[in-house]
Ligand binder design. Sequence first.
Ligand code: NAP
Length: 497
Amino acid sequence: MLDKTIKDWSSEAAALEIEGRAFIDGQYRDALSGETRTTMSPANGQDLADVAVCGTEDADRAVVVARSAFESGVWAAMAPADRKTVLVRWAQLIEDHADEIALLECLDAGKPITDTSGGDVPAAARTIRWSGEAIDKVYDQVAPTPANCLALVQRLPLGVVAAIVPWNFPLTTTAWKLAPSLATGNSVILKPASNTPLTALRIAGLASEAGLPDGVLQVLPGPGGSLGRHLALHQDIDGLTFTGSTEVGKQLMQYAGQSNLKRTFLELGGKSPNIVFADANLEKAAAFAAIAVFFNGGQTCTAGTRLIVEDGIRERFVDMVIAQSKKWMPGNPLDPATTMGPMIDAGQLQTVANYVAVGQEEGASLVAGGKQIMLDSGGSYHEPTIFNDVDNGMRIAREEIFGPVMSVIGFKDAEEAVAIANDSIYGLAGAVWSNNINTAHKVAAAVRVGTMGINNYFGGDMTVPFGGFKQSGNGRDKSMHAFDDYTELKTIWIELD
Ligand code: NAP
């Protein structure tokens, strides 16, 4: 992929055969209604493929198939070492088809090809391989009982799990859900976002090719409000794992309560603080302040959208970040030189434009960007945008914009920086930049978020859990901790004569 040009990628895109049917019981199938929806590329608004619109009847069929696969034990009762073999083979097949999948993700989500081929696809393969390789190394427990007893504490799969994922990291979040849920022996029904169903559908076929038994994995494209809701309310689904907005996450908790109390784990929104002290490496901090917000066009749950800067350096530092923001001017995602692509659709672009207006009305200083660009492209492109002189009470500091908009807030000392950082309904991620280990560590410890970087942003890999405090969710993706979301603990107490 390294030497490919925009021309190479464009001609490969033109030659792609795109699968848009649902994946049920090991086969691609049309929706029972026959209904389809044309999905389009956010880069230029052009049609990509007709995708099945699954309804409640498809969901019910998928649940029956998944339940039957689970009860048969064809996967759940398979030796963990054999499940590992299948998952590792699946990861390898994803790598073997890396360019095709990277291209699909680029076209479907508008993500730069450099990101999908260098980030999303390898990350998905790594996630599946890591979970597969881990699963035959997890031991259950024997409890510390009196000598006449033996108590086993076992970890068992939930049964049938529904996974509902968003459009901003379609492939990565799909892998974060599928790898641990399948590794632990569940049968799974995945509902991709309506905007971005293509890579999930593609890798489902590869899972079969890798040896995943029929019925263990279903992928159903369709609308969240009907299909997603039906899955969340279903009486025969045991677990629900979700990545998406806090608003929908709250509904899903209610659906679980209204139905069968299915185990429900949520990865939700954020308004993450990125705190910069005067004694930090400012060059590096400025580069990462821009990465933290403009990567993926700010359509990132962990985006460091509140840049909280020590008063004495704020003006100088903002100038450095403005200079960095120029590296993030959007472009055609098929161009390997592009760092930022379009917003996912016109609706998201409008949301960003509305918040830019709100920021100005609230009295913040617009110091960079603020406009839609590439108007003739057919896509929804927005400049990297920076507001200075933001108060943490303003809407642009409190609400998740999900676009390339940074709010810069000043602070006088560490105590105030922490107070501002924690004054949010969210608690997903954050970072602190300082060359004083005492300051950095104390601030990192005091900020109430699931992941905190010290002198980095977006740090982490498969070995560490990922998830939120407060209204950023519960449960954890990645690492061995993800297995907890997809398993029940069972005690077997034996009395010996
Ligand atoms: P969203 O609107 O909540 O949608 C997410 C998924 O839920 C989509 O598949 C959607 O289907 C479905 N859905 C919508 N309404 C539903 C309902 N009533 N019942 C069941 N399912 C429903 O979120 P989004 O706009 O796609 O994604 C952006 C959000 O995701 C942001 O808030 C972001 O912070 C969050 N996010 C969080 C993380 C994390 O790990 N914490 C990671 C990435 C993104 P349709 O596509 O058909 O509407």
